[in-house]
Write a protein that binds this ligand. Structure first.
Ligand code: NAD
Length: 494
């Protein structure tokens, strides 16, 4: 049994049974059986259900926000961000999914004489293993394109936040989805490991350490997978940047969701001439943030996911301070609020090699670094094992674009920090240890499909397969080679 308490208040909010491991093969088999008919439906029939779901989550927004807040302790605003993003994901794929999934005519093997078609077939049963930081967005949000592409989904939410996914499933069923098409497996590593033995594709979101294990398990079965992993996301502030806006952007980028966001900004490189002014602005604004938990939209920074994680983040702040970091804002223990709150914290004079500068903190802590040039900023930003996301603030778009093109990250936001998550037409994911594969955009739905290529010859009897078999002389071979050479020069059929 998984007993769930609101981490902010300690109040018991519900419980779920762990799925017995021996039930998982049958659950996947049931999903696979239902997928056959679901995958054969027209896109518009699947889309009807998702359209109703889009409207239903907005009609019942309070219930969804309450569920998210109850098991995470996050602020109402952070819960709202999840809901809005799930609705946006649904709208985007309802509008564009059919085009992405449509069969496409391709160039023939032999121009004019053969015909080629590309189909996108569902994998069958897609497994999703997801973390606790966005329990609605990363579970249901990722399930929507998988379902629209004609798959059944087996979802394993985090054992820390199992309830919101159950509400999402209920609302999908109320919208018309057959229950077997979205199965939920509850539990931790063991349940995840068992699930990996049965599904046809794995979409994993979580830490890099667990992602490696998932990749090994997927490799053993040779099933395709995507990994959305951790980050240590940098922000660069050039001397001509709009500093007020950059400071606001940093607050959103570093402290939303109490810093427990994969694309959170955790390190900032500021050009020397504006370092002091920018630091003062950021420190002032950070000190004004309201920390605490309520069901109203009145808190800026909510609870961390649990006391152990809050303690770990606080320890990393204390270790940085002991090693010589200067505190510009925050860093105080908030035991007055309980055991799960960490003050939004701005540090400077942090050693570039210290854990707080190199390892993912996953909390409301950011270090500011003074740099002598934009090249130094780029080099430091890229000097990381991670490459998920980055942010650049500059006075003009050309220099900012120039920097963006040099950053080793799956996404870059210019004069913004988190906006990328709502740019549904852009693929999102990481390079280096931040992952493999992308969510959102065309790639975010095609990852749930296999390409099936169909080539058709207009000549009956397979004549073209045996074309070279007809060659009986050097002269004939030379004629073929001449034709091949000419081919490159004929526009339109290369
Ligand atoms: P985690 O890796 O501990 O857990 C993620 C999921 O994996 C959970 O459901 C967990 O039960 C499951 N799991 C545990 N052991 C497993 C195993 N051996 N095999 C398969 N699955 C297993 O991550 P977390 O602490 O829940 O989440 C925080 C991490 O997630 C952070 O590193 C964060 O950066 C990352 N994250 C990444 C993205 C992204 O899109 N890149 C988004 C959100 C969070």
């Amino acid at each position: 049994m998984l007993e769930i308490r609101n981490p902010a208040t300690g109040e018991r909010v519900g419980s779920v049974e762990r799925t017995p491991l021996e039930h998982i093969p049958d659950l996947v088999a049931g999903a696979r059986k239902s997928q056959k008919a679901w995958g054969a439906l027209r896109f518009s029939e699947r889309a009807g259900i998702l359209g109703r779901f889009h409207d239903l989550i907005l009609d019942r927004s309070d219930e969804v926000l309450d569920a998210i807040q109850s098991e995470t302790g996050k602020s109402r605003r952070d819960a709202l961000a999840e809901l809005v993003t799930v609705a946006g994901t649904a709208r985007y794929y309802l509008a564009h999914g059919e085009g992405f999934l449509a069969s496409q005519r391709k160039r023939g093997a032999i121009p004019l004489l053969t015909h080629s078609t590309l189909d996108h077939r569902p994998h069958g049963v897609v497994g999703l293993i997801v973390p606790w930081n966005y329990p609605f967005l990363l579970s249901i949000g990722d399930a929507l394109p998988a379902l629209l592409a004609g798959n059944a989904v087996m979802l394993k939410p985090s054992e820390i936040t199992p309830l919101t996914a159950v509400l999402g499933k209920t609302l999908l069923e109320k919208s018309g989805l057959e229950p077997e098409l979205l199965g939920i497996v509850q539990g931790g590593a063991e349940a995840a490991t068992e699930l990996l033995r049965h599904i046809d594709y794995m979409g994993f979101t979580g830490s890099t350490a667990t992602g490696r294990k998932v990749a090994v398990a997927a490799a053993k079965r040779l099933i395709p997978f995507s990994l959305e992993l951790g980050g240590k996301n940098p922000m660069i502030v050039l001397k001509d940047a709009p500093l007020q806006e950059a400071a606001e952007g940093l607050l959103a980028g570093a402290f939303s969701n109490a810093g427990q966001t994969c694309i959170s900004i955790e390190r900032v490189y500021v050009e020397a001439p504006v370092f002091d002014r920018f630091s003062a602005l950021v420190a002032d604004r950070t000190k004004a943030l309201k920390v605490g938990w309520s069901r109203a939209f009145d808190m800026d920074v909510g609870s961390m996911i649990h006391a152990a994680h809050a303690a770990k983040v606080q320890d990393s702040i204390d270790a940085a301070v002991r090693a010589g970091a200067t505190v510009l804002a925050g860093a105080n223990r908030r035991s007055d609020l309980g055991t799960t709150f960490v003050e939004p914290t701005i540090l400077t004079h942090v050693d570039q090699r210290a854990p707080i500068a190199t390892e993912e903190t996953f909390g409301p802590v950011v270090s500011l670094h003074r740099v002598g040039s934009r090249d130094e900023a780029i080099a430091l930003a890229n000097d990381s094992q991670y490459g998920l996301h980055a942010s650049v603030w500059a006075g003009g778009s050309a220099p900012a674009m120039g920097i963006a093109h040099q950053l080793e990250a799956g996404s870059v936001a210019i004069n913004s920090t988190l906006l990328i998550y709502n740019a549904f037409d852009l693929p999102m994911g990481g390079v280096k240890l931040s992952g493999i594969g992308r969510r959102h955009a065309e790639q975010g739905i095609l990852r749930y499909t296999q390409a099936r290529s169909i080539v058709r010859s207009f000549e009956s009897g397979g004549g073209y397969d045996n074309m070279l078999g007809r060659i009986r002389s050097n002269k004939a071979a030379a004629a073929i080679l001449k034709a091949v050479r000419l081919w490159r020069r004929i526009p339109g059929i290369r």
